[in-house]
Design a binder for this molecule. Structure first.
Ligand code: ZN
Length: 507
């Protein structure tokens, strides 16, 4: 019988832990909404006790997102379990994910606990969680380096205490597919309660050796029935197993795995773009499944084959992940109705206000650029609709630069309805714009990263700029797009500043 593999998405918990990917509560909710459309089985929304912000985000997601189970991480401590329960209890499918390390090095060096103490704490805290919450998952952290007999003992004990899912993580990304598959097989064989009680065996693998997806798939083949993963594989260090690769691996090689998932694969591409836009973590062009080149057949010999028959070089169809050709869809004379209809086709149901914002932005782009493509519309939606309240908006940017002048920017911003203006010089036009914005907003944050890329082909393409600024150890991401790259740069910087102001004045 074909097994169904559950997809446990941890983009908002483990994924968000990577440097520079921090998301505000609205952005988390937006991603959670898209994850529900993607039809993941579990959304791990955060680590409730880590901060008030994390707690609120999990609670809001639990209140508003229907479909997937909503989960919070918790250490094996009473206050952690209680806090996690407080946050997830608003969901109709609440879940607590408790973890405790079981490897000798973690127990001795990090926890300073004996194996007997670890066993007792795991058992007691899982029992506490299970007394509150119908779905409890337990992870023996660093299982990959744990002593096998002890691992089986802990797994058996937490199942006895009420855990419905046992997750075997390779926390440090150290194992190989052969070893990891063997470990999963051993756990299943040596803990009879797993089969008896239909316990879900989950895996959570990191990508330090580039093996996260391979290890996850090997584990599936060995009997695991849940995979923990993130969109675009984001996460600490080299990241987590990438959801889209795991899912498309299982889908494309269905007869080999004899498994399926509940994922609506046509939502993959859109989810990937949303996460990349909101976290500012760009997807490398050659990334499997969702990279810009993943379905591009440029080489002449391939194109010839493709024209004869697509299956010569294509093992998946771009439509399967929701990638429709980025065709020209609208022009200058398209009206509100046409835009609404197109956005609806693309899966964006905007309210009146969102649509009006998108339309105004569409007009300015259509004015500069003859044809507006689906990719352009995606950017419009990402920029105009998923935003935090803005303290400052750009009224105008004028630039004087070139080989013979000192770059000078005249920037006018709107602040509480009033126009404020500043002229500044810089090493280049972007630097001049940033100096003017800095003086106008009086926000002094270090620029830690600036990147630019063309979104669509041609010299009239939209330029997309992503900046990261740092203030008191927190990173804020700003995103801006425009046919003029200097304007895009200004927008991105100001968006990051608005985000910083929003975060620091809200809490
Ligand atoms: Zn992890």
């Amino acid at each position: 019988m074909t097994r169904t593999i559950k997809i446990f998405d941890t983009t908002l918990r483990d994924g968000e832990q990577c440097p520079g990917a921090s998301l505000n509560p609205e952005e988390k909710l937006e991603i959670a909404r898209q994850l529900a459309k993607l039809n993941v089985d579990v959304i791990e929304a955060g680590f409730a006790i880590a901060s008030q912000g994390d707690f609120e985000a999990i609670k809001t997601i639990a209140q508003q997102i229907k479909g997937p189970a909503i989960c919070s991480l918790a250490r094996c401590k009473k206050e952690d379990i209680m806090r996690a329960w407080d946050a997830v209890s608003y969901s109709d499918k609440p879940m607590i994910h408790a973890f405790l390390a079981t490897s000798p090095v973690h127990m001795a060096k990090k926890l300073k606990m004996t194996p007997a103490q670890v066993l007792k704490a795991a058992q007691e805290m899982v029992a506490l969680a299970a007394s509150l919450c119908p779905f409890v998952e337990f992870s023996p952290e660093d299982a990959g380096r744990s002593e096998h007999k002890f691992l089986y003992k802990v797994v058996a004990a937490v199942i006895e205490a009420g855990a419905k899912t046992v997750n075997i993580p390779d926390t440090v990304g150290y194992t190989t597919p052969w070893e990891f598959a063997q470990l999963i097989e051993n756990v299943i064989q040596n803990v009879p309660a797993i089969k008896k009680k239909n316990i879900i065996i989950s895996v959570h693998v990191h990508n330090d050796l580039g093996l996260a997806v391979a290890n996850s798939l090997a584990a599936v083949k060995a009997g695991a029935n849940q995979v923990e993963c993130t969109i675009n594989g984001i996460g600490e260090r080299a990241g987590n197993a990438s959801l889209e690769e795991v899912v498309m691996g299982i889908n494309t090689r269905k007869s080999f795995f004899d498994c399926k998932t509940n994922i609506k694969t046509k939502e993959i591409y859109k989810t990937s773009r949303l996460v990349s836009n909101l976290t500012g973590m760009m997807v490398q062009p050659n990334k499997a499944i969702v990279g810009a080149n993943a379905f591009a057949h440029e080489a002449g010999i391939h194109q010839h084959g493709m024209l004869q028959d697509r299956t010569t070089y294509e093992i998946m169809k771009p439509e399967d992940i929701g990638l429709t050709e980025s065709k020209i869809v609208l022009g200058k004379h398209s009206g509100r109705f046409a835009l609404q209809k197109k956005l609806k086709e693309m899966g964006y149901a905007l309210d009146k206000e969102g649509l009006e914002k998108a339309y105004q932005r569409f007009l300015t782009i259509a004015d500069k650029k003859k044809d507006v493509s689906e990719r352009d519309l995606e950017i419009i939606v990402a920029e105009e609709v998923y935003v935090v309240p803005e303290d400052y908006t750009i009224e105008s940017i004028e630039i004087n630069s070139g080989t013979k002048t000192i770059p000078e920017a005249t920037v006018t911003l709107l602040y509480q309805g009033k126009a404020i203006k500043k002229v500044a010089n810089g090493a280049g036009p972007v630097d001049a714009v940033y100096k003017a914005i800095e003086q106008l907003t009086k926000v002094k944050a270090a620029l830690v990263d600036y990147s630019i890329q063309a979104i669509t082909g041609g010299t009239d393409a939209l330029g997309e700029v992503i900046v990261r600024i740092k203030d008191k150890d927190k990173i804020y991401v700003g995103h801006g797009a425009d046919t003029d790259v200097i304007v895009a740069s200004g927008k991105a910087y100001l968006a990051a500043i608005n985000r910083l102001l929003y975060a620091t004045t809200q809490r």
